[in-house]
Design a protein around this ligand. Structure first.
Ligand SMILES: Nc1ncnc2c1ncn2[C@@H]1O[C@H](COP(=O)(O)OP(=O)(O)OP(=O)(O)O)[C@@H](O)[C@H]1O
Length: 352
């Protein structure tokens, strides 16, 4: 199978006073790239450079044509902003028809196109309403219809779910997934929310401090984080160490060394990661299949969804997710000593 032809091939360098953002990526036809990263990492800077709202160096090829010197209004780019930015004085259908009209489409045809798109998004019944009379989820659909109306090849979504409440977010996320799959151009999505990235994106690019620190499929990024930020975001215990066969020597706190057994042999500098639900806790030292056991101290216990997250420290720092029933059986309190065990087969090990 040949790789899909990229719609977008970008190498962008943007200088702010005292801060530079540099990133390279490709996005294939029909694919979504999520830009994930902490506050101030440079995500919006990349999005604004793609839209032509900020000058950038490097290249931005869309369907093979470099757009970096093309002004924003002539780029085949659609933008959905965080707070939608619909024109308040225009009706919903006029909002959507606005872009095609600016491109020279006759009024009747632009209106027809706008109504078709609003029908696609399931909001045609609000065509004659003003945007402010619509709910956040409905405005989001109108904003997406407006962005698609100019037939962009590159669609930019800036935190498209940030202004929505949790319930609306879920239905809009499902709608977006469906619409983006049908879109033949490329989509770049900025988000803080790993769930958005996991559900909506084909690939994830993590930006920290203006540089790309990791790129991969959502599954790969979630299973094999490469920085503490990504590990925290996806809720995984992450360590770095030196492997020799199935033994990985971790650098523990205060210069101590801790060994971790993994299932498949490696050599050299590696990351080792395992999810909190892979950690079992015992009052007595456990025995059995190849596993890693550490006697650790309970630092804290907090509710985490349907589970309880136990924060442990000692030779290693570990988060463990256990059931409320298991917590009651163990009767754990901060300061208690407890055995933590992780099977070797539960540890993902991968080169640095
Ligand atoms: N116009 C500007 N002039 C100077 N510095 C800027 C400008 N815009 C952004 N920056 C700086 O560039 C860095 C990246 O900002 P950017 O808004 O791209 O980050 P972000 O990842 O989108 O953050 P957030 O998630 O908080 O929106 C920040 O340190 C910011 O202060």
């Amino acid at each position: 199978m040949t790789a899909p032809v990229p719609v977008v091939d970008a190498h962008l360098v943007v200088h702010h006073p005292g801060f530079t953002v540099e990133t390279r990526f490709q996005v294939a036809s029909g694919h979504v790239l999520a830009l994930l990263g902490p506050n101030g990492a440079g995500k919006s800077t990349v999005l604004r450079a793609l839209a032509g709202l900020l000058p950038a160096q490097g290249h931005l090829r869309v369907d093979g044509v470099d757009l970096l010197s093309v002004p924003a209004e002539r780029r085949p780019v659609g933008f959905v902003f965080q707070d939608f930015l619909l024109f308040p004085h225009l009706t919903v259908v006029e909002n959507v028809a606005f872009g095609p009209r600016c491109q020279g489409m006759p009024a009747r045809q632009a209106r027809r196109l706008a109504l078709d798109l609003l029908t696609d998004m399931g909001v045609a019944e609000y065509a004659r309403a003003r945007p402010r009379t619509l709910s956040g989820g409905q405005q989001q659909r109108v904003a997406l219809a407006r962005a698609l109306a100019t037939r962009p090849r590159l669609l930019l979504l800036d935190e498209p779910m940030a202004a929505l409440d949790a319930d609306t977010r879920m239905s809009v996320r499902a709608m977006l997934r469906c619409r983006l799959t049908a879109f033949s151009g490329a989509t770049v999505l900025v988000t803080h929310d790993p769930l958005d990235a996991m559900v909506l994106a084909d690939r994830v690019l993590v930006l920290e401090d203006g540089v790309s620190v990791q790129e991969g499929t959502p599954g790969d990024v979630a299973r094999r984080p490469r920085t503490d930020y990504v590990a925290r975001l996806v809720g995984v215990n992450l360590y770095r160490g030196r492997a020799a066969g199935t033994r990985v020597q971790l650098a523990g706190p205060h210069g101590s060394a801790v060994a971790l057994t993994v299932a498949s042999p490696h050599d050299g500098e590696v990351f080792a990661a395992f999810p909190p639900h892979a950690v079992a806790l015992y009052r007595e030292r456990p025995h059995g299949s190849p596993r890693n056991t550490w006697l650790l101290t309970v630092d804290g216990v907090e509710r985490f969804g349907p589970h309880v997250r136990v924060r442990l420290s000692g030779a290693v720092e570990v988060n463990a997710d256990i059931t409320a029933a298991a917590l009651a059986d163990l009767s754990l309190r901060p300061g208690d000593r407890v055995w933590a065990a992780v099977k070797a087969t539960e540890v993902e090990c991968y080169p640095v």
